[in-house]
Design a protein around this ligand. Structure first.
Ligand code: PRX
Length: 635
């Protein structure tokens, strides 16, 4: 029996039982057999969820890039590590071998060091999906700098908030990016953001779209000439297992984004382990995850997990609709993709298009299909299964979070029988619990509960950057001695889990996590707006879309409503990014509030979802009459 590579259901159960009976032994064996350490750990696990404090492999020394790159050089140095597929299908794909990747990472490590970046410094990366993005993560890791990737679709305000929160010394960006037929002026966004970021000393700029940009003297420099001159070797910094590897921001239901801190050793072990099992990766496979590296999915399952396994991982710069809706399938055929991992929202969007876009390509190379980021509805699941997998590829519906670092609940293909809409069973070492509202664990099945995890797993976030108290309050206070995920879930009679959605004020739109409060704060910045409330409602492509209820100030009452709607979405775009734009905006005279002044979102959600038959008791409201008015004019 192999702990590291599970191939049958029986084996899964054996490994799972072993992993929960003695998690320390289990993870120690995995860590010992499959990674290179400069020094072994003194203790496998130290934990206390009440503080919360979690330490895996304490005392161990390593560098994650030695595991993701160096150790492969002698065995598979000429194998493609990163296969870059550009936005424009006419542009040639790039095959970056492990040897070449090592050279580029070392060169960039030297560039960063020459710019004064050292172990522990934070570097913000605001790059499109080009090879420099993956290289820059690894270069930071090589020298022990903490990377914080900001998705290059975020606005300048969102970018500066993140830069300031982590006190970044450097920003890595590009002149611009391609997105289908459009280009985006990334450097302009960075310039805007940096007006108010005193910690940033230098900006390195990769050239991608050859646009005319301004370079600020003494701060900005082109990356390519520096890379050219840099030395192609760099001794990896020796890191502690618990040294931070990266910070990645995720939205919360309140306040500013949370900088989730991930550390080195446990993250490496867990992402590598889950990559191997969830995708059943074999040496000659070509694995493609369509996510952006700006999200956790890209960190764990484009960069670290695949590379730790010596895999070939595809980086795709484009979008599924350019030059037409067949692009994904064209790339699958072209590169003979064996594992394909995408988001339900992409599947739903493509399922709406003509089937010819899929049928015209030979997809027989595919072995495993995956989804992530939000619940997949049954219809999308079947479309994916029938037309993409041709009913022969298991679909792994992987449930996890930025905070969890790696996949926690997922089928293991060819072992776990799949069931549409169910993420199925926990990964080895993962101990889920469903809790009721009174804080008791639900033991049976078929009851909806709050999904918690009872025991630490190696890749869990260790803190929120600069705010450990918030980490405790958000994840470890709702239920005693448990990590609370914020999701609802139910368990069926065989123990399969189905994620039913968020139980807090986070809304998942097209697989992106959006907190209601930051969007409301942005809208309230508009001079004509007095107050606002955002809720989600079902949308057949995005999963959820945003519905905004807006109260205008007296000065706004006379304004043209259509213009106001545009302006409100513009303010949101400026503060957060276009992903947070509202699909519907309704101007209302008031918002339903409890006597203590709390907005009754439950009612607003029902109105937005056109589910107004059973609004529940509204008599306890401060202003029940406003509900009628809102309903009359609902969109
Ligand atoms: O609500 C769950 C949903 O996405 C949330 C985490 O979002 P984020 O931190 O952005 O990470 C997304 C990529 C890992 C979860 O709390 N979610 C993620 N995967 C699934 C899911 N909901 C249902 N099914 C999934 N497979």
């Amino acid at each position: 029996m192999s702990n590291y590579h599970i191939k049958h259901l029986e084996e899964y159960f054996q490994v799972y039982r072993k992993s929960v009976r003695n998690p320390e032994n289990f993870w120690e064996e995995v860590a010992e057999e499959h990674f290179v350490w400069r020094k072994k750990w003194d203790k496998v696990l130290e934990w206390d969820f009440s503080k919360p404090e979690i330490k895996w492999f304490e005392g161990a020394k390593l560098n994650i890039t030695e595991n993701c790159i160096d150790r492969h050089i002698h065995i598979r140095g000429d194998k493609t590590a990163i296969l870059f597929e550009p936005n424009n299908p006419e542009e040639e794909a790039q095959h970056i071998t492990y040897k070449e990747l090592r050279k580029r990472v070392c060169k960039m490590a030297n560039v960063l060091r020459d710019k004064g970046i050292k172990k522990g410094d934070r570097v913000v990366i605001y790059l499109p999906m080009i090879p420099e993005l993956a290289v820059s993560l690894l270069a930071c890791a090589r020298i022990g700098a903490v990377h914080s990737v900001v998705f290059a679709g975020f606005s300048s305000t969102a970018l500066s908030t993140r830069i300031n929160d982590c006190g970044a010394k450097m920003v890595l960006t590009s002149d611009g990016s391609y997105r289908g037929s459009k280009t985006i002026d990334l450097k302009g966004i960075v310039d805007d953001a940096l007006k108010d970021c005193p910690s940033v000393e230098s900006v390195l700029v990769a050239k991608r779209i050859n646009s005319d940009i301004t370079m600020k003297e003494g701060r900005d420099e082109w990356l390519a000439p520096l890379m050219e001159e840099a030395y192609g070797d760099y001794p990896a910094e020796v890191m502690d297992a618990e040294d931070p590897l990266f910070i990645l921001y995720t939205s919360g239901s309140t306040g500013k984004p949370k900088g989730m801190v991930h550390t080195t050793g446990g993250y490496m072990v867990y992402t590598s382990y889950t990559f191997k099992n969830v995708f059943q990766y074999r040496e000659d496979d070509i694995y493609w995850c369509t996510a952006d590296i700006g999200w956790i999915t890209g960190h764990s399952y484009i960069v670290y997990g695949p590379l730790a396994n010596g895999a070939t991982t595809v980086m795709f710069e484009g979008v599924p609709s350019y030059p037409d809706f067949g692009r994904f399938w064209e790339v699958v055929q072209k590169h003979k993709i064996t594992q394909f991992y995408t988001a339900p929202t992409a599947i739903r969007a493509l399922a709406k298009e003509n089937l010819d876009y899929v049928n015209k390509y030979d997809l027989s190379c595919l072995k495993v299909l995956g989804t992530v980021g939000e619940p997949i509805n049954e219809e999308a699941w079947h479309w994916y299964n029938d037309h993409v997998g041709e009913k022969k590829c298991p679909i792994v519906d992987t449930w996890w979070q930025t905070e969890t670092g790696g996949i926690l609940i997922s089928p293991i293909p060819f072992a776990t029988p799949t069931k549409p809409t169910y993420a199925t069973l926990p990964m080895p070492g993962v101990q889920p619990a469903l809790m009721d509202e009174n804080g008791s664990e639900i033991k049976g099945n078929q009851t909806d509960g709050r999904l918690c995890i009872k025991f630490p797993w190696p890749s869990m976030a260790r803190s929120i950057w600069g705010n450990h108290q918030r980490y405790k309050d958000t994840y470890f206070s709702a239920f005693k001695d448990m990590y609370f995920t914020g999701d609802g879930a139910l368990r069926d009679e065989v123990g399969y889990y189905r994620i039913t959605g968020r139980v807090d004020d986070v809304i998942i739109v097209s697989g992106h996590n959006l907190g209601t409060a930051p969007i409301e704060d942005a809208i309230n910045e508009h001079p004509a707006v007095a107050e606002s409330a955002i809720v989600g409602y079902p949308h057949d492509i995005k999963g959820n879309a945003l519905y905004g209820y807006v109260i205008l100030k007296e000065t706004g009452e006379s304004r043209d409503r259509d213009n106001l709607k545009k302006e409100i979405n513009q303010v949101i775009t400026e503060h957060i990014g276009p992903i947070a734009k509202l699909n519907k905006i309704q101007f209302v005279p008031g918002l339903p509030k409890t006597r203590s002044g709390k907005i009754m979102r439950r009612i607003l959600r029902k109105i937005a979802s056109k589910d107004t038959k059973n609004l529940g008791d509204t008599s306890t409201l401060l202003n029940p009459e406003v509900v009628e008015k809102i309903m009359e004019e609902a969109l």
